[in-house]
Design a binder for this molecule. Structure first.
Ligand code: ADP
Ligand code: MG
Length: 290
């Protein structure tokens, strides 16, 4: 595009809360074949809430919450905040030696025994038998809940079902992108059952789930290897490498600083529909030079 058209285009974007950090992004955004959306905090509000507690035999809901919150007090994960909030008013035991298990969960010692929190994968890896609650876990995932398993001393204590509402415009954004001939995918560290349910609600048919934080950029690279030009939209620290890898990285304005630094475009209103706006703006800008 001519320098003038680019100036007008980026200016128009900025007025509408779509910040193009470089002229190249404005041009590249015209050619995207697929937009990959992170789930939590990007397609969803990123304000998870514990909506159900399922206790194992002999445990109370409060027991499960107390133990889980004691560990999550030392975590900065959005799910941890939801759990601490739900445990508000309960006396928490002391937890020591907190350790984050990247993309899977967390652990710490409570009362001399290890508390393990997290997804199904981490329970399998640590040999926790959760068969007693496996059906409940499946039911919750089918409802689109993220399930946090809670184990103490190698024994399952309960499940915490966490919900995070979709952003109000997420579904319309997906529909409009597809109408414009752009494919849409979801990329998440969450489990496949939960991810597929939320994707179906939003009209997304490509779901890349159970992806560890370090693998998100690889997934983008794989799509590029198939000859696709990829736009990535994300908010988290764990999205930063994928935002850099993508042909155009879009950061959610309410997200982390790292995501915004790694992106080419910042969506100041944290509105996924602004990806459509960015693409339309770039297409209009490029038409002006012909
Ligand atoms: P996302 O890609 O949705 O941001 P993450 O990669 O951060 O998710 O985490 C993937 C999954 O690992 C979560 O859905 C959750 O099941 C589990 N997990 C990670 N950290 C924690 C934690 N601190 N407490 C409980 N579960 C966790
Ligand atoms: Mg996220």
């Amino acid at each position: 595009a001519t320098p003038m058209a680019v100036m007008v285009g980026t200016g128009l974007g900025a007025t509408n809360g779509i910040l193009f950090k470089n002229a190249g992004a404005l041009e590249d955004a015209t050619k995207l074949d697929v937009i990959v959306f992170d789930k939590t905090g990007t397609l969803t509000m990123g304000q998870p809430r514990v909506v159900e507690v399922v206790a194992a035999q002999g445990q109370s809901d409060d027991d499960v919450l107390r133990i889980a919150a004691a560990v999550e007090r030392d975590s900065e994960h959005p799910l941890a905040l939801a759990i601490i909030e739900r445990a508000d008013g309960l006396a928490l035991p002391e937890a020591r030696g907190f350790r984050n298990i990247e993309g899977k969960g967390a652990l710490a010692e409570v009362g001399g025994e290890t508390v393990l929190l997290g997804n199904r994968r981490v329970m399998d890896e640590e040999g926790v038998d959760f068969v007693e609650l496996a059906r409940e876990a499946e039911r919750l995932k089918e409802d689109g809940r993220t399930v946090v398993h809670v184990a103490h001393g190698g024994r399952i204590l309960g499940l915490l079902a966490i919900a995070d509402a979709p952003r109000p415009t997420a579904k319309a954004a997906v529909a409009k992108l597809r109408e414009r001939g752009v494919d849409v995918a979801m990329l998440t560290g969450d489990n496949e059952g939960t991810a597929k349910r939320i994707a179906a609600e939003l009209g997304i048919d490509i779901v890349l789930a159970d992806v560890l934080p370090g693998q998100k950029a690889d997934k983008v690279r794989e799509l590029q290897g198939q000859g696709k030009r990829v736009g990535m939209v994300g908010d988290g620290v764990n999205d930063a490498p994928a935002l850099t890898q993508a042909d155009v990285g879009f950061a959610i304005g309410a997200g982390t600083d790292v995501a915004m630094e790694s992106a080419d475009v910042v969506l100041m209103k944290s509105d996924p529909y602004d990806v459509v706006g960015a693409i339309e703006l770039s297409r209009a800008t490029l038409r002006k030079m012909h």
